[in-house]
Design a protein around this ligand. Structure first.
Ligand code: GMT
Length: 380
């Protein structure tokens, strides 16, 4: 198949998932064309089946806001026509689904009927999409997509609850490449971070409010009172300096390292004993899955799709959003006992295997074929 993938090229979960999906499809022999405004963060190598088409937005003094959606739609028309794509798969509804709809209409005038699959990732529905600024466009473009998927059952239900959606939403969960995310020998790194064999706690995110990164610091301060530990904060974003200040206020700076954005997250996860994700809302929690694949148990909130991933009392614990006492209590329970920690690690790993790329990729391939077949039937 010749597949066009539209995504955000950043470190965000939807971009990561889209890039990993494209890489996996290319490995299986499909030709994959990424169409976005900059080289996707994890697309950092050459493959004969992978192509990247940059969307550039022509600036003009009249524009306070350059029209990215129009530039993207034009680029989609160009790539679909000249690369003869079979299907377009857009990740994150805003503005990708509406740009794809526009491109589809234009292509129809050339006699080209390209099916469009939209994957909903989370904040495009639960946060930004619900806002009246975007809601009519999001509703319309989901209804106009030939296929719609959501990364969890919770996100699917939320979409039906908040939008007037007429078509079927298929749940295809996020996945992890277990060949990349696996425990690696990083003893030197571990010794540098935790010279006295302290437990290592990790958080990775884009440090937006929805991630409740301050809770991570508050939980860690409580952990420190019971268990010698170090905290690695990976990523960057608006809440980072607030978290740094909180570390100073709570006198835990000596035990916390802010590492900023990192490419090789799996190397950091390889030395971790616990991952914390206290998010206000989380449609799936891809970062938690990547941790679990590296044998790291997870303390998460019970928001959104997290209960579909994290099994309470088995792969970690699920606590009510904002309940830092319960999260600290559960973190300590896991970290203070070697045998318990070992069994949580094994459970986390076994659960992650259920979301292996190898299992989820064929579901996407079958779904593409189903959508292509439906489109062909409509045209007969
Ligand atoms: O978590 C973010 O803020 C980034 C966001 C994105 O769209 O890039 O992540 C969302 O998509 C991920 C991949 O499907 C999910 O694993 C995350 O749970 C989801 N984030 C939220 O719902 C807050």
């Amino acid at each position: 198949m010749k597949i066009g993938i539209v995504c955000y090229p950043t470190f965000g979960g939807s971009g990561v998932l889209a890039t990993e999906l494209g890489k996996g499809l290319a490995d299986k022999g499909h030709q994959v064309h990424f169409i976005t405004y900059s080289q996707p963060a994890r697309l950092d190598f050459f493959s004969e089946n992978l192509f990247y088409h940059e969307v550039s937005v022509a600036d003009y003094p009249l524009f306070d806001y350059a029209p990215y959606e129009s530039a993207l739609a034009s680029k989609l028309v160009d790539v679909v026509r000249f690369e003869k794509l079979d299907i377009l798969h857009v990740h994150y509804a805003i503005p990708h689904a509406s740009a794809a709809f526009m491109a589809k209409q234009i292509l129809a005038t050339y006699g080209i009927h390209i099916p469009v699959v939209t994957t909903l990732h989370g904040t495009d529905i639960t946060l930004v999409g619900k806002d009246l600024t975007y809601k009519p466009v999001v509703t319309f473009s989901i209804n106009q997509s030939d296929g719609v998927t959501a990364v969890s059952h919770d996100l699917k239900e939320d979409t039906y609850k908040h939008f007037d959606i007429k078509n079927e939403i298929r749940v295809i969960p996020n996945f992890v490449d277990m060949n990349r995310f696996k425990l690696k020998a990083k003893d030197h790194f571990k010794k540098a971070i935790a010279p006295n064999n302290e437990r290592i706690v990790v958080h990775t995110s884009n440090f937006r409010k929805v991630k409740r990164t301050k809770d991570v610091i508050a939980i860690f301060e409580k952990i420190l009172k019971k268990v010698p530990a170090k905290l690695l904060m990976v990523g960057d974003g608006p809440e980072r300096s607030i978290c740094e200040q909180l570390c100073r206020d709570l006198h835990v700076c000596d035990h916390v390292r802010f590492l900023g954005k990192q490419d090789a997250v799996e190397e950091i996860l390889s030395i971790a004993d616990l991952f914390i994700m206290p998010s206000e809302s989380e449609s799936f929690g891809l970062a938690a899955l990547e941790a679990m694949a590296c044998k790291v148990p997870v303390i998460t909130s019970n928001a959104g799709g997290l209960p579909e991933l994290n099994v309470d009392g088995v792969t970690g614990y699920l606590d009510v959003v904002g309940d830092v006492n319960a999260m600290a209590h559960h973190a300590i329970a896991i970290l203070e006992d070697d045998d318990r920690l070992a069994s949580f690690k094994e459970n986390a790993y076994n659960r992650a295997k259920e979301f292996d790329l190898k299992l989820i990729l064929p579901i996407y391939e079958a779904y593409y074929q189903e959508v292509i077949d439906q489109q062909s039937e409509k045209l007969i």
